[in-house]
Design a protein around this ligand. Sequence first.
Ligand code: DSN
Length: 413
Amino acid sequence: MSYLQKTDPELNRIIELEKKRQRETINLIASENYTSKAVLEALGSFLTDKYAEGYPHHRHYGGCENVDEIETLALERLKKLYKADHANVQPHAGAQANMAAYFALLDYGDTVMGMKLAHGGHMTHGDQITFSGRSYHFIHYGVSKETERIDYDEVERLALEHKPKLIVAGASAYPRIIDFERFRSIADKVGAKLMVDMAHIAGLIAVGLHPTPVPYSDVVTSTTHKTLRGPRSAFILCRKELAHEIDHGVFPEMQGGPLVHAIAAKAECFYEALQPSFYDYQKAVLDNALILAMELQRDGLRLVSGGTDNHLILVDLTRTGVTGMDAQEALERVGIVVNRNSIPFDTQSTWTTGGIRLGTPAATTRGLRQTEMKQIAGWILKVINHVGDKIVETQVREEVRHLCGRFPVPSID
Ligand code: DSN
């Protein structure tokens, strides 16, 4: 019997329901994954009880000698993983990492360039609904209508016109390789700094299956829970000349005490990412995304940019007459969990959306490979072509449940 079951059956009941949901559904949310039991052990530990404002060997609290070692271990492993000069493992999450980087590099009101949210960028890259859009003067670039890939000529034209202090590269719904070298050369032409938010592709970069932004960037931010498969958290890398500004931007400017349990879980995540088997995992993530994309396309779905180079696929549902919202809900009814997503030049609202985003990191961790990807593509097509058909949905739900039963969830089972 678990402690929670004894002390708080009400909360325990809900957690058990979530456990069942995770077991019985296929997770195709591109930004999610399943951590290892070792990561969970560190994350769910008494380390959460320790205050450690400051940095290793320079804290505002006593009793930090072990925490110092944990944070130093995380920093050393992270620098080795990405061949970076300097690292900071304290940001609680991706938005906080980006906020700290902006604090380090910018003054309020400065001009910055970032990718449009509607074309695959991230909210914290200058969208008005976040602090970033309200605090800085963001100019947005996007993808070209013809290729649906980043229009680097437009990025250059906008940079020459607006002379930003910072250019932000990186995306949360962009299925293609990003040319960081080109971004660097554009930044150099206008004397801007370059920041890359590699949150989605951090795992692929760690093993060399996506070009690294590190040599080309002044600052790199990332979450740790997507392709990198660690705890829900974040980090920042930077050139050594910016080390002081970045550390100060994180603490004390952006946040107070670090989450020591999360830093320990990140240390374990970086250890796992340094092992040779992590390459095999990332390769399988890419192979799975490719086969899923090919199958969906072969059977008539249009994919934004015509396919994928990474772990995610953006499906344009316009021709099907089904909205992103309809598709997400229908797929959820059969146990396939995805998120609706705007597509570039979308005619639907950002709430309804004209597309869905699919990703393979979690399903790959669970052990699903090409045979299962083909099955999943078939189910997705069937459900989208028969939205609301109870007979079809019941049949697919049963098949999905059967498949899930064969693949335990590593962090649960
Ligand atoms: N919200 C995340 C995603 O789903 O891509 C990005 O931070």
